[in-house]
Design a protein around this ligand. Sequence first.
Ligand SMILES: [Zn+2]
Length: 146
Amino acid sequence: MEFKDFSLFIKDTKIGSTFTDALVSGKIFGTRCGRCGRTFFPPRAECPDCLEESIEFVEIPTRGRLLSFTAIFVPPAHYGIPRSKMPFAKVTQIPCPVGVVEVEGGLRVMGWIPDVDLKALQVGDPFEVQARTLKNGQVTIVLSPI
Ligand SMILES: [Zn+2]
């Protein structure tokens, strides 16, 4: 999977393409420290607790609760939301919900909450995190109410 399909330079990091290739296949990977066993999301190349560089990729739980959310008005281009055609106008007036879900085990996953009325969201709602390939071919993490 090429860098252009993602918003970050993930492929150029020590994490490499393992994380992004998993997203394309619909899986969300974190990393587990080979020494202390602590699991991280987003994936880390080294353990910040014991400085171990031996890590393994593990699929993280996908169900949890909405921990926090907000609306952004300049969504990332990879969300594929139409923007104003006015010159220099980079702001859309449509609120784009984003949030953080704490999945089972305590890892926190940030993502886009598409197709949901912002006023209907409440902290603590049951949510699922998913890797989704968008219409434009790019991949992102979305959060969906269960
Ligand atoms: Zn460790």
